[in-house]
Design a protein around this ligand. Structure first.
Ligand code: SAH
Length: 348
């Protein structure tokens, strides 16, 4: 038997590579199909579960490969029903993922990177340095773990997935796309792409790439200000990737996909709480068909940031809705367990 360290992670092989493996080892090519189904559709964590394979075939797989599955290390449940998972990866690193139940939906919020390289000043994850990208299987497994929790704890199916956990998904482009391909494939979880939303700080080049790649999922952009100076002070990425470039990329996105963009926006006292800020957002929204989610700020222990009063949110909603921009005011979920937006990794 090979040393564990020498064995390959079997889920790095696609179906073709698996076929080649079986042929090279004197077995039948159709085995690949069976194994692939166990690995993805059935999320097997152990070769022993693959009961339609012979003992010899299972033995051969064990000799060459490992299945690097994630492991839910700790599960916390909020008073509002939100569940936060600390997910341990095969190399011991931890990411977080969240299940958010409401009357209509069961939403999985998943991470795409360990830590984050963008320094958004209001986000807890930004305080961790970026350690590495998640592999497609590590993203896929977070969804599987939450899907199981939906069934077991709530007896309801998982309906939606949002890439709003730790990390910037567009800085881990190919792995995120591969994970989504598997999640939406009938060979995987068979979920509808229109139920998936990718949230980004708004990297223009990558947004154009999404459009060129004709993706079928939804796009959300963390905007927080439509005034360059203010946005740059909140999100340093805006210095290199200005609002003008962003809106040009979003126009391109819309021209190719015909999908509305969602803007995520927090209103803070003394930062972006004036009518001028709201009107700048309105002008930005007019450029590309879009809607706005005014999301609640989740404190991460920095006194410079205070959630604006309700009247200010109503003012924003009023300015936007007068011009036909759908605007929702979103309450946070899972705050008591630090599972809300921007709180991931706050205490772990
Ligand atoms: N990197 C991606 C996805 C992760 S963040 C992105 O930036 O979109 C998911 C959402 O939470 C983003 O809209 C982000 O701006 C928001 N967020 C970050 N910190 C927050 C906080 N403390 N309170 C409320 N929302 C926060």
């Amino acid at each position: 038997m090979k040393d564990v360290a020498e064995k390959r992670d079997i889920r790095k092989l696609d179906l073709e590579a698996l076929k080649s493996f079986f042929i090279e080892n004197g077995d039948k090519a159709y085995r690949a199909q069976q194994v692939y189904e166990w690995l993805w559709k059935k999320s097997s964590k152990d070769f022993e579960q693959m009961t339609n394979l012979s003992v010899e075939t299972r033995g051969m797989l064990k000799e060459h490969f490992v299945i690097n599955h994630i492991h839910v290390d700790k599960m916390q449940r909020s008073v509002d029903g939100t569940i936060k998972n600390a997910v341990k990866l095969h190399d011991g690193l931890i990411v977080e993922s969240v299940l958010i139940p409401n009357e209509k939906r069961m939403t999985a919020c998943v991470s795409s990177q360990v830590g984050c390289s963008l320094d958004c000043t209001f986000c807890a994850t930004a305080r961790l340095k970026r350690m590495r990208n998640l592999n497609p299987d590590e993203i896929y497994d977070q969804v599987v773990a939450i899907k199981e929790q939906c069934d077991l704890i709530y007896g309801r199916p998982l309906t939606n997935i949002v890439f709003m956990g730790m990390g910037e998904p567009l800085l881990n482009y190919s792995n995120v796309i591969e994970a989504i391909d598997k999640i939406t494939s009938h060979k995987g979880l068979n979920m509808a792409a229109r139920r998936i939303t990718l949230s980004t700080v708004g990297l223009s080049k990558m947004i154009k790439k999404l459009a060129d790649d004709k993706v079928k999922f939804n796009l959300a952009v963390s905007l927080h200000s439509a005034i360059n100076k203010t946005r740059s002070s909140l999100m340093p990425i805006n210095e290199k990737n200005s609002l003008e470039e962003l809106s040009e990329a979003l126009e391109y996105w819309y021209s190719k996909t015909k999908k509305k963009v969602t803007y995520e926006y927090v209103v803070w006292k003394g930062i972006n709480d004036t009518r001028t800020d709201a009107e700048a957002l309105l002008e930005f929204c007019k450029k590309v068909p879009s809607k706005v989610n005014l999301i609640e700020y989740n404190a991460i222990g920095d006194e410079n940031f205070q959630q604006a009063e309700e009247e200010v949110l109503d003012m924003y909603k009023d300015v936007l809705e007068k011009h036909g921009i759908t605007t929702r005011i979103r309450k946070s979920r899972g705050k008591d367990i630090d599972a809300a937006c921007g709180q991931l990794a706050n205490r772990s």
